[in-house]
Ligand binder design. Structure first.
Ligand code: SF4
Length: 355
């Protein structure tokens, strides 16, 4: 990394700030990168960076978690999931505790591992917990395509896949946002394209910058946002042109559309957002775990002491939560934002906690 570039970017950011500004990094990977690189400490306190609803584990609703936990108790069912989901608290328990109590819950790195297990153990039903955004959706869609090609009737997906533009509309709608700009996720944008997010500027008159995950990527985006915000300009700029194209990745989008259809989805923090999720298409119901294994847990209110919902909306930072670092820590997490490797509370705990 070129140190001169970094210090020049920091100097330009600081010298362009003429008023307090609040920028949101929408994506959990950016939240982690900002903590790891110590970006907040490099900038001025007048420039606030807050987290947003871009950690897929964190925005999974408690009701969906309780459904996953109930599913893990079904006889003959194996749950395959990304490791981060194991320790996320549902209303009473976690998948990890269910596993300790005898449920067959397996951590996998990709849905393809789950398909392979389903091929090898045809006497069990394998349910992959599909948690993610547009970035993860193509791999999940491909796993369904493979299961269909292999003629598997013991593989299905419990889809909690969500779409980012719908969340941005929910976040910015109502005109109450105190934000001056958005740092948009590079990897989601690689799939959906820069253009698909133009509405942030055209509809909400808010500057936005798509960028990658290195220090200079993030500083470049911050500089672009500061320059636009101080001039009261709004555009969605692409600071990650090596990866993100105007139209995104048409093959990935076609695969998503082949397998999924938009549906309403429940988000932690944002509530029910119309057409913000992806469900399996009607012709693929045999791969839809929500239909194959319907479970209806009690609708229990979320733990009111955990303020993940406020963290995900950028209303507070993790240290503002009374449980942060005391009752809630990575060894004993109270909420998903402390469990997930992309969660804001975990990132603050790891990189920015005052000892
Ligand atoms: Fe929830 Fe823990 Fe974060 Fe507080 S610190 S908001 S309890 S995850």
């Amino acid at each position: 990394m070129n140190e001169q570039t970094v210090s020049a970017l920091i100097h330009r950011i600081k010298s362009n700030i003429t008023q307090p500004l609040r920028l949101m990094e929408v994506c959990g990977t950016h939240t982690t990168a900002i903590g790891r690189c110590g970006i907040r400490s490099l900038l001025t306190p007048e420039l606030e960076l807050v987290s947003g609803p871009g950690c897929p584990v964190c925005v999974t609703s408690q009701y969906d978690l309780d459904q996953m936990i109930m599913l893990s108790r079904q006889p003959g069912v194996t749950i395959a999931t990304f490791g981060d989901m194991l320790r996320v608290p549902g209303s009473e328990t976690t998948l990890e505790l269910e596993k300790a109590a005898g449920a067959d819950v397996r951590a996998v790195y990709s849905p393809f591992e789950a398909v392979k297990m389903a091929q090898q153990e045809q006497d069990r039903q394998f349910v992959f917990l599909g948690v993610g955004f547009e970035t993860t959706a193509p791999a999940i869609a491909m796993s369904v395509e493979l299961a269909r090609q292999y003629g598997l009737d013991n593989y299905s997906v419990f889809s909690c896949v969500k779409t980012m533009p719908a969340a941005l509309h929910a976040l910015l709608g109502g005109g109450k946002s105190s934000l001056h700009g958005l740092i948009l996720p590079g990897h989601v944008s690689a799939v959906i394209g820069r253009k698909a997010q133009d509405f942030v500027a055209s509809h909400y008159h808010l500057p936005a910058a798509v960028t990658g995950f290195e220090l200079t990527d993030i500083l470049t985006a911050v500089l672009a946002l500061v320059e636009m915000a101080t001039k009261d300009e709004a555009a969605v700029v692409n600071c990650y042109p090596s990866v993100v194209r105007e139209e995104g990745n048409p093959q990935a989008r076609a695969l998503i559309e082949k397998v999924f259809a938009p549906s309403d989805a429940n988000w932690r923090g944002l509530g029910l957002i119309e057409q913000s999720g992806l469900s399996l298409r009607r012709e693929l119901t045999q791969f839809d775990a929500r239909l194959r294994f319907p479970v209806t847990p009690q609708d229990t209110p979320e733990n009111s002491a955990c303020r993940c919902a406020n963290v995900l909306l950028g209303e507070i930072t993790p240290p503002d939560c009374a449980l942060f670092g005391s009752k809630c820590n990575p060894l004993s997490p109270e909420g998903p934002c402390m469990v997930s490797s992309e969660g804001a509370c975990a990132a603050y705990f790891r990189y920015e906690r005052k000892k």
